[in-house]
Design a binder for this molecule. Structure first.
Ligand code: NAP
Ligand code: ZN
Length: 368
């Protein structure tokens, strides 16, 4: 058994300022990557740039990372990083900004590679410049995972790049959630939930790596009623939500995500569904199918979430993210692609059949 997360992780209020020394020690010239507006609005960008200014580290900001970042955006940021001679990349934001930062870090060290080739890079280690991650959503856990999910719109492909890039430093502060709407908190918390469930319902799950998802699911179960309620999330919960998301990231860093994530990418690519709900729509049906193979694990997940049965799991997710409608043709195309997606199917802790896959799609998507 092995547990591996090489990232130096701090989870606490004001941790960017508290650990300024660590942030400054990583490089000499930084490319700071964010989305269009949220990092400026929630205080994370100013926290980081104040530290860089005080430490006399020159930096360049690239604030054009879109949701589900594309190879084109990565290529644009890379050119700026090269012109600036950046020797490290700081990703501030949701999974999109952090994943894009990882991709730029890889390309910076490999001048022969083009952004369009990111999905073809080898799995074996290439150099990459260090990445610092400052998350501002409570979902992806990208600050502690080796994964960067990039979309190549020219070939309609949303997928993780094969190369492993753990951030060197993760600075996790729940206060950045203050500017997030309830929908964003719910959507990204559902992503974190999926990471933990898929990490347990996974052939790579073992006693050692279960520490993370089991503890995280317990935390999730403690605040699920707040997520389900009509009221806003109280700021006293921000740190717990962020902490759970980081724990969920550490979970998939050991096992990787499984079938619901594999199914989600087409839904995002072809129907524009945000990542959290796109995964969440498939989560209960995947759990139900896995109950045939690992009933004790499913019972444990439900009990940690303080749910009585799988029906309540379906109901909870429906309440949180609603339903998703697609055409029959879309659903058939998605199912056909999933039936040959062995990178995800091989992770199922039992012999999943084509009929099971059809069942998951039937239960998870409404056909118009
Ligand atoms: P995101 O795409 O990074 O951001 C979604 C939206 O939330 C953006 O409009 C962003 O605005 C806004 N936002 C971010 N933080 C905010 C805050 N504190 N307050 C208000 N608005 C805020 O969302 P995400 O769900 O975190 O990331 C999704 C991406 O991560 C997907 O591409 C997914 O496939 C990937 N992912 C990666 C991993 C991994 O291990 N690497 C795991 C799961 C998913 P701005 O654009 O203005 O910043
Ligand atoms: Zn995810």
């Amino acid at each position: 058994m092995r547990f591996y997360v090489p990232t130096d992780i701090y989870v606490e209020k004001n941790c960017v300022k508290n650990h300024a020394k660590d942030l400054l020690a990583i490089g000499k010239r930084a490319l700071v990557m964010t989305g269009r507006s949220s990092a400026a609005a929630n205080g994370s960008l100013i926290d980081v740039t104040e530290v860089l200014k005080a430490g006399e580290i020159p930096f360049q900001i690239f604030n054009e990372v879109e949701e589900n970042p594309s190879t084109d955006t990565v290529g644009k940021a890379l050119q700026i990083a090269r012109d600036f001679n950046a020797d490290y990349v700081i990703g501030i934001g949701g999974g999109s900004a952090i994943d894009a930062a990882k991709a730029v870090a890889l390309l910076l060290s490999n001048p022969d590679l083009h952004a369009d080739e990111l999905h073809k890079v080898p799995q074996n280690p290439l150099d990459h410049v260090p990445v610092v991650a400052v998350p501002t959503t409570c979902g992806t856990g990208s600050e502690v995972t080796p994964v960067a999910i990039i979309t190549n719109r020219k070939i309609n492909l949303k997928k993780s790049i094969p190369h492993v890039i753990f951030p060197t430093l993760a600075l996790v502060d729940g206060k950045y959630l203050a500017s997030a709407k309830k929908t964003l908190i719910v959507n990204t918390a559902v992503d974190a939930l999926a990471h933990m469930v898929e990490s347990i319902l996974n052939v790579k799950s073992n006693t050692l790596n279960r520490m993370c998802p089991e503890y995280g699911l317990k935390l999730w179960g403690e605040y699920k009623d707040t997520l389900l309620s009509d009221s806003d999330v109280d700021e006293s919960l921000y740190e717990k939500l962020m902490f759970t998301s980081t724990i969920a990231g550490m979970s998939i860093a050991q096992t990787s995500t499984a079938v619901p994530h594999g199914m989600s990418y087409d839904l995002t690519l072809h129907a524009g569904v945000p990542h959290g709900p796109a995964v969440g729509y498939f989560l209960a049906a995947y759990t139900e199918v896995c109950a045939k193979f690992v009933p004790q694990d499913v019972a444990k997940i439900l009990s940690l979430l303080q749910l009585q049965n799988i029906g309540e799991f379906y109901e909870m997710l429906r309440h949180l993210i609603g339903t998703c409608t697609v055409t029959r043709q879309m659903r058939d195309n998605f199912a056909a692609a999933m039936k040959v997606n062995h990178s995800k199917l091989d992770l199922v802790p039992g012999s999943i059949t084509a009929k099971d896959i059809d069942y998951i799609y039937e239960k998870s998507l409404v056909v118009e």
